[in-house]
Write a protein of this length. Structure first.
Length: 298
């Protein structure tokens, strides 16, 4: 590892167990005046917040993660903004595989998150808080529910995770669009054309393979956060922006459904940030303050 300066941000990378390279950026704690500590502390025995991007984004262009980094560092945390294999739209993993949001299987996030956590473990990190935005929020909930690194994982923070449940979409105001895209994807998979890219409309317009659509939005609903949250053993915070909870979205009435879990998820806290949209435009500081209060800092 290169020699560290007081004002550095270190670019780092890891490889997941199946060979996928993942890049990221590591930021140190800062003093109240916003500069790095005069003597950069060691990662040994430190607390780190891993921050994961949403669909089609990456560690350096995810504006919200950038805006959260400084207040977290000011609170004394290291921050690792890391890619998952769902970064950007498409990229070559090797000569036989493509990655990116158009080609990913969400469950593979376990390999990605494990790679980042293993790297931090080897640096001697004592505590990890796992944060994800949007689909990244679903990924951190999924990984935590699968029991990832319980010795290190202290808390989980999911910022605006969509509810990925076929029954939820089928009962929503955009059910016709959902059913049309689902039927097209299922037909292609049945024909053995699972890697065909579809220009889907629901829940948002982008290119996704037929198999990828069924993975995220199909009837198995393996990433339904209402099913995942009760399986998470550590304190969990889920936030939403008040302006993203409109009908026809993957967030409509989800805070109420989470709160209704009650005794099935005693470790859960759900918060709605006033005036916030899905990107927390102009209110990222409010989101950071809410997260830090929940952690018990500030």
């Amino acid at each position: 590892m290169p020699e560290r300066r007081p004002d550095w941000i270190e670019l780092v990378h890891v490889r997941a167990a199946d060979g996928v390279r993942l890049d990221g950026a590591l930021s140190p704690p800062q003093t109240a005046d916003g500069i790095s500590l005069p003597a950069v502390p060691s990662l040994a025995d430190a607390a780190v917040i891993i921050c994961l991007h949403g669909t089609g984004s990456n560690f350096y262009s995810a504006r919200l993660l950038t805006e959260l980094t400084r207040p977290f560092c000011l609170a004394g945390y290291w921050v690792l903004r890391g890619n998952t294999r769902g970064h950007d739209l498409a990229f070559p993993i090797d000569s036989a595989r493509l990655g990116g949001s158009s080609y990913e299987t969400v469950a593979d996030c376990q390999h990605d998150i494990a790679a980042w956590m293993d790297w931090l473990d080897h640096q001697g990190v004592a505590r990890i808080l796992l944060l994800g935005h949007s689909l990244g929020g679903v990924k951190v909930l999924f990984a935590a529910a699968r029991g990832l690194a319980p010795r290190l994982l202290e808390r989980v923070i999911a910022v605006s995770p969509p509810r990925l449940a076929a029954s939820f979409f089928a009962a929503g105001s955009r059910a016709d669009e959902f059913q049309t895209d689902l039927t097209r994807a299922a037909a292609l998979v049945d024909l053995g054309q699972q890697d065909t890219l579809l220009p889907i409309r629901f829940p948002m317009p982008y290119l996704l393979t037929a198999a990828g659509y069924l993975d995220k939005y199909g009837p198995q609903s393996r990433y339904d956060l209402l099913e995942l949250v009760p399986q998470i053993p550590c304190p969990t915070l889920i936030t939403y922006g008040a302006r993203e909870l409109r009908p026809g979205t993957a967030f409509f009435q989800v805070p109420e459904a989470l709160q209704a879990l009650g005794a099935a998820a005693p470790q859960l806290t759900c918060a709605v940030i006033a005036e916030a949209d899905h990107q927390y435009t102009s209110v990222a500081a409010d989101l950071a303050a809410s997260i830090l209060r929940w952690i018990g800092v500030g």
